[in-house]
Design a protein around this ligand. Structure first.
Ligand SMILES: Cc1cc2nc3c(=O)[nH]c(=O)nc-3n(C[C@H](O)[C@H](O)[C@H](O)COP(=O)(O)OP(=O)(O)OC[C@H]3O[C@@H](n4cnc5c(N)ncnc54)[C@H](O)[C@@H]3O)c2cc1C
Length: 396
């Protein structure tokens, strides 16, 4: 097992030296929690007031974390990644705009992205956020009311709204299946996740009979998710379908804990990082040990987790590019993992959001916040960028 993430020449070969310098500047700025806190408050306000800050955003945080404003622009980024054997998960990054016509609009954009992905040889997946095609309040109601768990709901208008969400998802999945593109359903906050899980199981039953088209996302920072993964697997075996499992640690830890304290219920999040790490690695091991019935997408920037699963693959005599195991990092983060794994021949992809600049702002703000809160990782990214810049200078 000779997988190492230290080779910065591989990691940043796709970036020009000026782009590397820009990335270094950006990462050092967003390492500062005060700057990020200020930017995440002020930027949406300035945009709303019509201040001309699009140019600055486009050349900084947008360029680092987003594929482009349109499908055509993202296609260029996707092609560039493809030339380094890196695959792409396309994500229409517009977040949670309420209203039925907006939901229909997002559905059309997702279908367009699937059609486009089918014409490319390195875009095997599209990611879908249910919050882009369903009302948040509807999801909360479906999640909360225990009577709904039986499938019986006494609000006709909400039943009709949920039916429309299902129709949108079926329209998306029909095209995905026909075009041979996988669908990754993102995981959300616990207070809206139940209906997403139920829909994911329903869709897997329908579309994952011969191969995995639909993947649900399991957040292993939740203390019930390892069990839920195993339960989903049991349902798959009993129902005669294959399980698609995208594993993440989870993005909403602070929000989850704050809400639990505020409303006085036990936090659904593990007590510490070690417990999250343990469940994450156990879940990944569980998936690869059942690869005949589970396809795994390991979505993490954690070096140890990526190494652990790559090592387990070697021990189980898997090919590095086994079709049931896929690794993924976000565009703009973890390049040392992505590109070094690609060089070694693993299936590895970048999660690549695209969309109009003013509409992907919430996504960008989350990335900036994440880069501040995951401090160790940002430090590492900065060290790697500096190392590569120094290496290029010394070889001039
Ligand atoms: C391709 C891709 C797709 C993603 N899709 C989703 C998605 O659909 N839904 C979603 O929620 N997230 C998603 N994420 C984000 C993901 O959940 C993590 O927030 C992010 O990747 C950081 O975790 P890590 O494993 O990369 O790194 P690490 O640095 O190893 O882990 C950081 C994570 O560990 C957990 N953690 C940190 N401290 C503690 C603590 N004290 N106690 C308990 N747990 C702790 C948190 O989840 C934190 O985000 C995605 C990430 C990637 C790479």
């Amino acid at each position: 097992m000779n997988l190492s993430f230290d080779n910065t020449q591989n990691a940043f070969a796709y970036k020009s030296t000026p782009d590397l310098k820009k990335a270094k500047f950006l990462i050092s700025v967003i390492q500062n929690p005060l700057m990020v806190s200020l930017a995440t408050k002020v930027t949406p306000f300035l945009m709303k007031m019509g201040f001309p800050i699009n140019g600055i955003l486009r050349n900084t945080v947008f360029k680092q974390f987003v594929g482009g404003e349109t499908l055509e622009e993202s296609a260029r980024t996707a092609k560039l990644l493809g030339s380094y054997d890196v695959q792409v998960i396309l994500d229409y990054g517009v977040e949670a705009k309420e209203g039925e016509s907006n939901f229909d609009d997002v559905t059309s954009h997702i279908i367009e992205a699937i059609d486009f992905a089918a014409t490319q040889n390195n875009i095997p997946f599209i990611s879908v956020k249910i919050t882009g095609i369903a009302s948040h309040i509807l999801l909360e109601h479906l999640n909360e009311a225990p009577r709904l768990r039986s499938g019986i709901h006494d609000s006709e208008s909400e039943n009709a709204a949920w039916e429309r969400v299902r129709e949108r998802m079926y329209a998306i999945c029909d095209v995905a299946q026909e075009k041979g593109v996988g669908i990754l359903l993102d995981a959300e906050e616990t207070w809206i996740q139940d209906p997403i899980d139920r829909l994911a199981i329903e869709l897997m039953k329908e579309y994952n009979k011969e191969k995995v088209v639909i993947y649900n996302t399991y957040q292993l920072y939740r203390n019930d998710r390892l069990l839920f993964l195993q339960l989903s697997h049991r349902l798959a075996k009993e129902g005669g379908f294959l399980l698609g499992a995208k594993l993440v640690r989870g993005a909403y830890m602070e929000k989850e804990r704050d809400r639990a304290i505020k409303l006085g219920y036990a936090s659904p999040i593990h007590l510490n990082k070690e417990a999250t790490d343990k469940d994450f690695d156990a879940a990944a091991t569980y998936c690869i040990s059942n690869k005949d019935t589970i396809s795994l997408l390991l979505a993490t920037h954690n070096e140890a987790s990526n190494i652990a699963i790559a090592t387990a693959m070697t021990n189980l005599s898997f090919e590095k590019n086994d079709q049931h195991v896929h690794f993924s990092q976000l565009f703009g983060m973890g390049d040392h993992i992505t590109f070094n794994m690609a060089v070694q021949g693993y299936n590895v992809s970048k999660y690549l959001p695209f969309g109009p600049i003013n509409e992907v702002i919430p996504y960008l703000m989350r990335r900036a916040e994440e880069n501040t809160s995951v401090n160790g990782q940002t430090n590492k990214e900065l060290v790697l960028l500096k190392t590569e810049l120094a290496r290029r200078k010394s070889t001039k």
